[in-house]
Design a protein. Structure first.
Length: 229
């Protein structure tokens, strides 16, 4: 950590969040190790769980500190990554001969923002005021990529597996629309849906956030396999 701080570029907020994370992790590790040794060695049999009870409040406090530090660090990393992606998108938008790359990258960025807005436990928790604009922006980006690829077929053929990415993007769009409709129309999950959700197969339920996430993950995986010739 200290060595990294001496090297450019400097990101003060990221460094502060990283240091807080390291401190919280260290404190949590110390008390977890104490509790592990205490229980693994069976010492609770000798003191009637006295030390276990004494460790418990500190363990909860250390976990809460770590959880908050982890969230703060993650939020800072996400913020910086978003800035970098926007900067790269702006560069591609102005670069000659990069229109297809720009449209593909823009679609993927809009997909990520959409899924972030749709990361809720179930459709009832969806905020339509936030989700709908993301959905509209994503749909526009998918349509733009499709239209360009159709109008520039030879250029599109030069990108291996682009058609698979476009197909996956379309499936992600359908999943997002079904999630939006379920919230908008207040459609409850039926008994069959609840069985699937209870069996950890929510990705099979139309209009469930897990289905949208699953389709996005497939899109991201296929996009990672794109080959620009």
């Amino acid at each position: 950590m200290q060595a990294a701080r001496t090297r450019p570029p400097r990101f003060a907020e990221l460094e502060t969040a990283g240091e807080a994370y390291a401190r919280a992790l260290g404190r949590l590790e110390t008390i977890v190790n104490q509790a592990r040794d205490y229980y693994e060695q069976g010492n609770y049999k000798d003191d009637g769980f006295a030390k276990g009870k004494a460790l418990h409040p500190g363990l909860l406090a250390a976990w809460d500190e770590f959880r908050l530090a982890h969230r703060a660090l993650n939020d800072e990393v996400v913020r910086l990554n978003d800035e970098l992606e926007q900067a790269e998108l702006a560069r591609l938008d102005k670069a000659a001969g990069q229109r297809l790359t720009y449209l593909a990258r823009k679609m993927l960025l809009e997909a990520k923002q959409l899924v972030r807005a749709g990361s809720v436990a179930d459709a009832s928790g969806l905020e339509l005021a936030e989700f709908r604009p993301r959905l509209e922006a994503y749909e526009a980006s998918v349509d733009a990529l499709k239209a360009y690829a159709a109008a520039h077929a030879e250029e599109a053929k030069g990108v291996s597996r682009l058609e698979l990415v476009i197909d996956s993007a379309s499936r992600t769009l359908v999943g997002a629309k079904e999630l939006m409709r379920r919230k908008r129309d207040n459609l409850k999950y039926n008994d069959s849906d609840r069985v699937l959700i209870g069996a950890n197969h929510a990705e099979l339920v139309s209009g469930h956030p897990a289905q949208l996430m699953g389709r996005y993950n497939d899109l991201a995986e296929r996009a990672n396999d794109l080959r620009w010739r």
